[in-house]
Ligand binder design. Structure first.
Ligand SMILES: [Zn+2]
Length: 248
């Protein structure tokens, strides 16, 4: 005889993993991820609501309302000069969100063959629905990746990042032979910029020899052994590189 009651209980068990009871809304996830990333990539700069407004193109009142909810829920605090800080709970959540996001990006890139410069936007909607079990299986499947296709480290591995010899492309000098380490996270949503970098092969891991460098207004142009590229100083200052030699 089939024990229906028992079966029902049994069937429910695997789904418990899918219940992501501590998950917040996708909007709050985006805010947590952005605050975390701003604080990580620009540790000397204070994160303020204006940065979120710029990032999301939202009105000041929308940003204010979201931040107030996050404060109420114990995810952030407001410090002196309106600086936004993640609480330990907020930071832990932001790390989890960031880890899932980078994992999905890696999966889309390595397994589905989606180009590195397109994975970010696809990953944003996917990552929200990843359950802990899928996250664990994906991590194993991908061989415990250390960084996403843009070169950003997985949370928990930041002690290895940035490497001591890393500096930013705007500081590169004529004669330098450089390897690209990371395309800063702030650039991930700038599709045109990422497409340009991809076209010019300025991608993580690529090597370039700087033959000429010149400034014009707020842009810097590089003539490398293969190509010529002009970037705003702001963009160039978010591309992490290391020197692997000098032209003699
Ligand atoms: Zn990434």
């Amino acid at each position: 005889m089939i024990d229906l009651k028992k079966n029902r209980v049994k069937r429910r068990l695997p789904t418990q993993d899918v219940v992501m009871n501590k998950r917040v809304s996708p909007v709050i996830e985006q805010y947590l991820q952005t605050i975390y990333s701003l604080a990580f990539h620009s540790p000397l700069e204070k994160v303020k609501s204006v940065h979120l407004k710029e990032r999301f193109g939202s009105s000041p009142s929308t940003v204010h309302a979201t931040l107030s909810r996050m404060k109420r829920d114990g995810l952030i605090t407001f410090e002196e000069h309106k600086q936004i800080m993640l609480t330990s709970v907020g930071k832990k959540m932001a790390e989890e969100i960031t880890r899932r996001h980078r994992l999905v990006e890696t999966f889309l890139y390595k397994t589905l063959g989606i180009p590195w410069h397109e994975v970010h936007l696809h990953a944003s909607s996917w990552a929200h629905g990843i359950s802990p079990l899928v996250e664990e299986k994906l991590t194993r499947f991908l061989g415990f990746p250390k960084s996403c296709p843009h070169g950003s480290p997985f949370p928990g591995l930041e002690q290895e990042f940035p490497p001591e010899d890393m500096f930013y492309l705007n500081e590169a000098a004529v004669g330098d032979r450089l390897q690209v380490i990371v395309i800063g996270e702030q650039l991930e949503e700038q599709i045109d910029t990422l497409e340009l970098l991809n076209r010019k092969n300025l991608v993580p891991g690529s090597v370039h020899q700087i033959r000429e460098k010149f400034y014009q207004g707020d842009t810097v142009s590089f003539q490398t052994s293969e190509t010529q590229i002009t970037l705003t100083l702001l963009i160039a200052s978010q591309i992490g590189v290391r020197k692997i030699g000098t032209n003699s």
